[in-house]
Write a protein that binds this ligand. Structure first.
Ligand code: BG6
Length: 690
């Protein structure tokens, strides 16, 4: 995921673009570049490496500019290098891009055949090449952009400036986040609001297939296919985040700052609804669905998925209806069964994660009502879901999620309580018992943060660990998963999590002298079982680290103990997750890892998995091959059935064909290959049957 930024205005220092990129660097940081008009043409500076490497090559002092674009990259096509860094400029057309142009190879082949010369290996460069081609034919710039965009297939947010078009910055969006910052005598574009907070609080979240034409005195919106002008009214949202939220405020890392902002994030998320969960239901337009709500389906990725697993415990406890939780990338491709009365809840910090978005669209297509729990106002999932429950964690810059996670837990507990009340499953007594615990959470999380000193001590002893195990039971099991994920994301140490009862069915085989095992053992009906699991591990030489609210129960068993405050059994995840976040943070810092920008990770993956095989002429999503990454189960069935009809194979194989070719009928697979080849479908890989 890359970060793009753009500015058009009366006059301001190039610093404005550089600062914007600095606030976006958490999105991608292997190369970067800036282009701006200098009155004589377009001046371009690009380099591989971090922004500080770009700063070294920028002119000093930084010149004043009226228009410019910038980019920080997370390479997908073409290795990190100055040539592959953005902006890509062709004949006075300069472009920055976030996303993937899936059919770039085809377009490139045609353009090269037409005499165009490419200077990079990127997919992006086809965009300025195409625009320049149409400008050469004498078309005006907006028409040239329209025609160029018509060729593109894929995901893109684009910032475009043209030497010959003064005082104008163009922006186009298709399935990749892009905001327009509205100023008085200056207008801005960026991949997210964080980059522009010092300059404006008023934003437009550009919609798919829309183009924005920005001039210093204002913004026009157009539909990119028709160039029809669109209304601005109702599109501008005001964001109450401060630029300070984008600064580290004295903490060494954004992640540590955000860990310490969790009490506030939970408080702000709860505050809005605690006194009136009934209003919560009405506001979410849930009232209508409650009566025939039969099942809840939660789907998400990464830490948000773990929050969903905790949410299931809470909702099933408070509402007594079945809740299924799936990883979004699995959910979207498994032809999910969506019976009547299903509500799909997507949980996503960014609101832009491609797999989660696709899962929401898939379920909606199948008739589910959709609710998204999201932290970014106006992001794509919030615009497409039937209802939104915002978490109020504030801007989360650290690539790994912390404060958004606990704010998601707060939103899920609210949802569970409100549903429980509406469904008459929660008695007044239960509500009166639960509320004080809920309102006390910010103070308890603050207390859990006090374990930092103890956690740091333990972290020093784990730096050399080859692997670490996390064990939890019931509602603490998802927190064990989250703890293990944090240790993997941040300190690059192999870590796994298991339900305590599962240890003896396999994982205990990994225990030998000194293997560190972190047990989440808060006192609830299940802690006896955790005790026996601790003894089994200890007996085999494992090193026991216990996170508990009752030290007395584990004093003689634990090698190290982290004591967290007690709370309601359904709310313990709010306190048990904090020391696990801190543990991974300290191990990573001691190991010298970059905690705010861990290797190979990105804040949210807005581009889809690549198609199965680079040799496929349709690299990307051909949707014409049985094994194309995004082909829907129905389309697969369609191709499979057409094959069977053609080849007169046995009824059994006909039946199996509709189970998507998983059948091992070599004949069938051979038939599919021939079918594809004979109908001009790309055969994405050398048929093993030739
Ligand atoms: C990953 C992030 O890219 O996406 C994780 O590194 C995050 O921290 C996951 O949990 C899901 O992101 P989101 O925005 O959908 O919650």
């Amino acid at each position: 995921m890359c970060g793009i930024v753009g500015y058009v205005g009366k006059k301001d220092s190039l610093q404005i673009l550089f600062d914007g990129l600095t606030r976006l660097e958490y999105r991608g940081y292997d190369s970067s570049g800036i282009a701006f008009k200098n009155g004589a043409g377009i001046e371009i500076y690009k380099t591989s490496g971090k922004l500080k490497d770009l700063q070294k090559i920028l002119p000093t002092p930084l010149p004043a500019i009226t228009i410019g674009i910038g980019h920080t990259r997370w390479a997908t096509h073409g290795a990190p290098s100055a040539a592959n860094a953005h902006p890509h400029t062709v004949k006075g057309v300069s472009v920055v891009h976030n996303g993937i142009i899936e059919n770039y190879r085809e377009l490139r082949t045609d353009l090269v055949a037409a005499g165009h010369v490419f200077t990079s290996q990127t997919d992006t460069e086809v965009v300025p090449q195409l625009i320049a081609r149409y400008l050469d034919r004498g078309l005006p710039i907006d028409e040239a952009i329209r025609r160029a965009i018509a060729h593109l297939r894929g995901v893109y947010a684009l910032g475009i400036i043209h030497e010959g078009t003064p005082d104008t910055l163009f922006a186009v969006r298709n399935n990749s986040p892009l905001v327009i910052g509205i100023g008085t005598d200056a207008q801005y574009i960026a991949s997210d609001v964080a980059a522009l907070l010092p300059y404006t609080k008023n934003f437009i979240h550009l919609e798919d297939r829309h183009m924005a034409v920005l001039r210093s005195n204002g913004v026009d919106l157009k539909h990119v296919e028709s160039l029809e002008t669109l209304q601005l009214e109702g599109k501008i949202v005001t964001v109450d985040w401060t630029p300070a939220m984008a600064e580290k405020q004295g903490y060494d890392h954004f992640m540590l700052k955000e860990i310490h902002e969790q009490p506030q994030g939970v408080m702000d998320t709860l505050r809005e609804w605690t006194d009136d969960t009934n209003r919560l239901m009405d506001e979410m337009g849930f009232a209508g669905t409650i009566k025939d709500l039969r099942r809840l389906h939660i789907t998400a990725c990464g830490s948000s998925y773990h929050a969903g697993l905790v949410g299931r415990y809470m909702i099933e406890k408070f509402v007594r209806i079945p809740v299924t939780v799936d990883i979004a990338s699995e959910f979207r491709d498994m032809c999910p069964i969506i019976p009547k009365g299903t509500v799909l809840i997507t949980i996503t910090q960014s609101g832009e994660t491609a797999d989660t978005l696709a899962a929401q669209r898939e379920a909606k297509k199948k008739g589910a009502r959709t609710l998204t729990i999201c932290n970014v106002v106006g992001s794509t999932t919030t615009r497409e879901a039937d209802s939104v429950l915002y978490t109020r964690a504030g801007l989360e810059i650290g690539v790994v999620s912390t404060k958004a996670f606990t704010a998601q837990l707060a939103a899920l507990s609210l949802l569970g309580i409100a549903l429980g009340i509406r469904k008459g499953k929660l008695s007044d007594l239960e509500i009166q018992t639960l509320k004080p615990f809920l309102l006390d959470l910010p103070r308890l999380i603050q207390q859990a943060l006090q374990t930092d000193g103890k956690v740091k001590e333990i972290a020093k002893t784990l730096v050399g660990a080859k692997s670490i195990m996390y064990v939890g039971r019931g509602i603490n099991y998802p927190i064990a998963l989250e703890g293990a994920l944090k240790m993997k994301e941040l300190a690059y140490i192999h870590a796994d999590a298991y339900p305590a009862g599962e240890m003896k069915h396999g994982p205990i085989a990994l225990i030998e002298d000194g293997v560190p095992v972190v047990f989440l053992a808060t006192i609830d009906g299940l802690h006896e079982k955790i005790l026996s699991s601790i003894e089994e591990v200890k007996a085999r030489g494992g090193r026991i680290i216990v996170v508990t609210d009752s030290p007395a129960a584990f004093r003689d068993k634990a090698d190290d103990m982290i004591v967290v405050p007690s709370t309601h059994p359904a709310l313990v995840p709010f306190v048990t997750v904090v020391p696990l976040q801190l543990l991974a943070y300290h191990v990573a810092v001691i190991k010298g890892c970059n905690v705010d920008q861990p290797r190979n990770l990105s804040k949210s993956i807005t581009i889809d998995d690549k198609c199965h095989n680079a040799v496929c002429s349709y690299s990307g999503y051909c949707r014409k091959s049985i094994s194309c990454a995004i082909i829907t189960p129905d389309e697969k069935k369609g191709i499979a059935n057409r094959v069977v009809r053609l080849m007169h194979v046995s009824m059994w194989e006909q039946f199996s064909a509709s189970s998507m070719l998983e059948s091992s009928g070599r004949e069938l697979q051979k038939a599919v290959h021939h079918e594809q080849a004979s109908n001009g479908f790309c055969t994405c890989f050398e048929s093993p049957y030739e």
